[in-house]
Design a protein around this ligand. Structure first.
Ligand SMILES: Cc1ncc(COP(=O)(O)O)c(C=O)c1O
Length: 461
């Protein structure tokens, strides 16, 4: 039965938990279909999507090749208990492990799970097992998921406040967010003051992180996103990670690289951290691995940390881990990445997109304070008329107006714009277009942004 939107909303009000993020927007929005860079609502109004499911659908909605891989697997081996093997799982693990060999020059193994946070949990097990430490460092502004373990290493206290005591809460370290430097410095005059502050922690045992007599840290790992995702697509200066890694190595602290949002070419290279010339000890991935089709996530770890002697059968498990549908799509995604030069495409399109946004920033300096990007991980900070103070309300208005679906598209047709607001102050558009977005749609995106800004200035300022 085809229920009206009003009827569905009434049912949703009665039967659905509000604990997810649906009610960030009131009233919540329904969509009916999708294709390429577009979502279509129940009236068939097209919405240009510039966030692609927080980068989970980077290869475009209804990607024919990936959908076909899924359909074929449905016909061939749609389900199988994860205690048995199927070829796609093994082939996918090989492709990921070999990609790490090629890019970072290290041998290791892959372990699959279902969602990003679950893979983060698995990585925490590896860290604890190898280092015998429960405590880790993580970044202010970092996001690693909402399970209890992942929440403990995610910076925002809002995600923990109502859920008891987190005894293994990470020690949060300032991230090099240069546009709003946590130390009030200016890059490059700062001479990487932030890394030096971190280094100072290890100077004396009385700073609380290291027994200097035996060089043993109380902290087993540092969890990083090479470019912060939810934190607002913040890009660190080139020398940051090499300097950080040198300090971690000195004190035998593992580097865990969360590639859940930046992995699979979002920031140009297959793995985001490869942009910065350092090697991870453990890597966590998910999201675009299946282009948002059947969920699959995983970890890669150095052989020393995950070989069968130290991580034997049954060390971790979930019913749906390494599911046949997810691994089939994941394998196709990896093949696609091998065949297409995504690094080149993503870097070129990212540059074009950023150039367009910079033009807008020149036109609206009292609305847009900063624009930058790496690959197609693009950020735009919305600011107050002083040109710098974060303007969360204005960003929210732009987001909500975009979702109304009444902007003017080509030929005067009604259109919407799908955006995602992130950042420490919730004033940053984290822009993650589909990799195959056309130049025409990039121009259209600029036009829609301009319409949104003009409308919101008129209505709300
Ligand atoms: C960097 C990062 N880590 C972890 C997660 C959690 O993944 P999931 O939502 O699949 O549990 C996310 C999700 O947004 C993420 O962006």
């Amino acid at each position: 039965m085809d229920f009206s939107e009003k009827e569905l909303l009434e049912k949703e009000k009665k039967y659905c938990s509000y604990g997810d993020t649906v009610h960030y927007l009131e009233p919540p929005k329904f969509f009916k279909s999708c294709e390429g860079s577009y979502l279509y609502d129940r009236e068939d109004v097209p919405f240009l999507d510039l966030q692609m499911w927080y980068s989970a659908a980077s290869f475009g909605y209804k990607n024919e090749r990936l959908n076909t891989a899924l359909k074929n697997q449905i016909d061939q081996l749609p389900q199988l208990a994860c205690q048995y093997l199927h070829s796609e799982k093994v082939e996918l693990a090989e492709k990921i492990a070999k990609s790490v060999e090629r890019i970072f020059g290290m041998k290791g193994r892959v372990h699959f799970n279902v969602g990003g946070a679950q893979a983060v949990e698995d990585s925490l097990k590896l860290v604890r097992q190898h280092t015998k430490k429960n405590l880790v460092f993580a970044f202010m502004g970092g996001y690693h998921g909402r399970t209890l373990g992942a929440s403990a290493i995610t910076s925002s206290y809002r995600y923990r406040r109502r859920f008891g005591h987190f005894s293994d809460r990470a020690q949060f370290v300032p991230y090099p967010y240069c546009y709003r430097c946590p130390y009030g410095k200016k890059y490059p005059d700062c001479k990487m003051y932030c890394v030096k502050q971190f280094e100072k922690l290890f100077e004396t045992e009385y700073n609380g992180v290291l027994d200097t007599k035996v060089n043993e840290s109380e902290y087993g790992a540092f969890y990083v996103e090479s470019i912060q995702g939810t934190g607002g697509y913040v890009i660190p200066p080139a020398e940051y990670f090499p300097m950080l890694k040198e300090i971690l190595d000195r004190h035998k602290i593992l580097l865990v690289d969360d590639e859940i949002q930046m992995g699979f070419h979002r920031a140009g290279k297959l793995w985001g951290l490869a942009n910065f010339g350092v090697k991870p000890d453990i890597m966590v991935f998910g999201k675009a691995l299946t282009n948002g089709l059947n969920p699959l996530s995983g970890i890669w770890a150095r052989e020393e940390l995950i070989n069968p002697k130290v991580f034997p059968a049954g060390s971790t498990h979930s019913t749906f881990s390494s599911n046949t549908l997810g691994t089939a799509v994941g394998l196709e995604v990896m093949k696609l990445c091998e065949e297409m030069d995504y690094e080149k495409v993503v870097v070129a399109k990212g540059k074009q997109f950023v150039a367009g946004l910079k033009k807008l920033m020149k036109k609206f300096p009292k609305v847009i304070g900063d624009v930058s990007g790496m690959g197609m991980a693009i950020r735009m900070e919305i600011v107050k008329p002083d040109g710098y103070a974060p303007d969360r309300e204005f960003a929210d208005h732009m987001f909500a107006e975009g979702m109304k679906g009444d902007l003017l598209g080509p030929g005067g047709k009604k259109m919407g714009l799908v955006l995602d607001v992130g950042g420490y102050y919730k004033n940053v558009f984290t822009i993650a277009p589909a990799f195959d977005i056309t130049p025409k749609d990039m121009d259209l995106a600029m036009d829609l942004f301009e319409q949104l800004i003009k409308r919101c200035v008129k209505k709300y300022r």
